[in-house]
Design a protein around this ligand. Structure first.
Ligand code: TNX
Length: 510
């Protein structure tokens, strides 16, 4: 943010000229193009019909809209069939809309609101915008606007660590709801780490029988059955979110070794369940064929549960392996994922795997804490075809404390204020990236210190919406000085939803 930061974004400024008396709209993420057209808006009442056109996906989004608005309105808007009437709230799915894979248009005026999109995902994102055009409580009037919107990046992910502390299905669903509200389209579930293994794998019963039985601090742990996991995947898919399952290998694997000690190397020290928070001490034996049989079995199971393209294999902090052994493991594990028809996602160290390595690299190292040569290796991997998900810990790790007064969280990457987490550009964070290298962003939530829903809320909010905006809104439209007010305007929605956000410094909370 420079001097220009004190003005509002170009689109908001243009609208202010036309309707100077109306306050700016509190939309997050800010749409790519937004104009207030002036004049009367559309009052939503119990008689307002929601009209779905263009098929089953449109009808499903219409049902979603009525369900999402019901708590704040106090009544369910009636969903009506197609028809040609233009009054009410019209959701129109039109393959020829030209809005791209996730974009939409939203036009509102005195007679109604029309959302048009070429895909169900676009329509769904338009509905999230409409929610924010209505007040958090009670019926209200949708202001007269013309919006043409589409995301900057096609990959906008939330991460959730269910390994350090296990979170049951309803908690994950609540997180999915929050992601959907801010137009994220991926959820990476961190399903294994030193402290626990959290997903049932056919033929490997000890992974859950033993590997799932504890967590940080020594609690009971837990895991998802096949049916529970599929339920999560379906719940996310209904919100246009793709689940990316991630297991962590070859390091972060102590829980695997408690279940199957033979996956360690002969002569290794005996393994015990681990309930602390140190990293980097464990590894499976990368020179044994049985390790790759295990990887194959796990990846086969994950692939069978995953409609999406990506499967995460970890690859971070394998500090007890030599560089060549590590690189060879990551290359082979990547190949196994591809054999099962999926694309491998791994942490940025895995850039060392060379051609045929991970398709997606999660860039997590802070620029100032990179291992020697990492930036160059990432650039080389990109030239070999990899794409990057930007989530550097010093900008995007939502488990980092806001400041020294934050009760929960870690701060190994430094404190992460709301302003800092908003103020960076994924395309220029690393040096020397070719255009198109960055495919998206992620907001990871690690759970070493987080036990409950409220703990998660307090770290996610208010920073998650900023990451959403970084992933969605054109860089040149984003200014902290303008964003902070829109962010503050979100708080009444969180209050209405019972979300336990932190009133972190630097935001003009009312
Ligand atoms: C680093 S991110 C880790 C995680 C921790 C996190 C805590 C990454 C690839 N490794 O194992 O949970 O920091 O902030």
């Amino acid at each position: 943010p420079t001097a220009a930061g004190s003005t509002v974004s170009a689109s908001a400024a243009a609208s202010a000229e036309q309707t100077p008396a109306v306050p700016p709209l509190g939309l997050v993420p800010l749409p790519a193009q937004l104009r207030r057209t002036g004049g009367a808006g559309y009052p939503v009442t119990a008689a307002t019909p929601v009209r779905a056109r263009g098929g089953a996906a449109a009808t499903a989004v219409a049902m979603d809209l009525t369900a999402l608005l019901r708590p704040s309105l106090g009544f369910a808007l009636p969903v009506e069939g197609a028809g040609s009437a233009a009054t009410g709230i019209v959701l129109e799915l039109d393959p020829k809309a030209g809005t791209g894979p996730e974009g939409y248009r939203l036009e509102s005026g005195p007679t109604g609101v029309v959302i048009t999109a070429g895909t169900g995902a676009g329509l769904y994102h338009g509905v999230q915008t409409l929610r924010q055009l209505l007040p958090p409580k009670g019926p209200g009037t949708v202001p007269a606007v013309s919006i043409a919107d589409r995301p900057r990046y096609g990959y906008r992910s939330g991460g959730l660590d269910v390994a350090r502390h296990f979170f049951p299905v309803p908690v994950v669903k609540r997180y999915i709801d929050l992601l959907a509200q801010y137009k994220f389209n991926y959820l990476r579930l961190h399903l294994s780490d030193d402290q626990g293994w959290r997903i049932a794998v056919p033929g490997l019963p000890r992974l859950t029988g033993i590997g799932a039985s504890t967590q940080v601090g020594g609690g009971a742990g837990g895991y998802y059955t096949d049916a529970q996991y599929r339920d999560l995947v379906a719940y996310a898919a209904a919100r246009y979110i793709t689940v990316v399952p991630e297991v962590d290998l070859p390091g972060h694997s102590n829980a695997v070794l408690t279940a199957y000690p033979d996956l360690g190397c002969a002569g290794d020290a005996p393994v015990h369940p681990y309930t602390g928070t140190d990293v980097g001490f464990s590894r499976v034996c990368t020179t044994e064929e049985s390790t790759y049989t295990f990887v194959d079995q796990v990846v086969a199971a994950l692939a069978a549960m995953t409609p999406g393209r990506y499967i995460g294999i970890g690859g971070d902090e394998a500090q007890t392996l030599s560089a060549p052994a590590y690189a060879a493991f990551m290359a082979r594990a990547s190949a196994i994922v591809r054999e099962h028809g999926k694309l491998p996602l791994a942490w940025d160290e895995a850039a060392a795997a060379g051609k045929g390595g991970p398709a997606l690299l999660g860039v997590w190292h802070p620029a100032l804490q990179q291992p020697a040569g990492l930036n160059d290796r990432i650039v080389t991997a990109v030239k070999d075809g990899a794409r990057l998900v930007m989530e550097p810990a010093d900008q995007a790790y939502l488990d980092q404390k806001y400041d020294d007064s934050t009760r929960l969280g870690l701060h190994w990457a430094g404190y992460l204020s709301v302003e800092k987490s908003y103020s960076w550009d994924p395309d220029t964070y690393l040096d020397g990236l070719p255009a198109g290298a960055v495919t998206g962003i992620e907001a990871p939530m690690w759970s070493e210190t987080l036990h409950s829903e409220r703990d998660l809320d307090s770290m996610l909010l208010p920073r998650l919406p900023g990451l959403a905006e970084i992933g969605w809104t054109p860089q040149q439209e984003r200014y902290w000085d303008e964003y902070q007010q829109r962010l503050a305007d979100q708080a009444p929605y969180w209050d209405a939803q019972g979300l336990a956000y932190t009133k972190a410094d630097g935001v003009p909370w009312t």
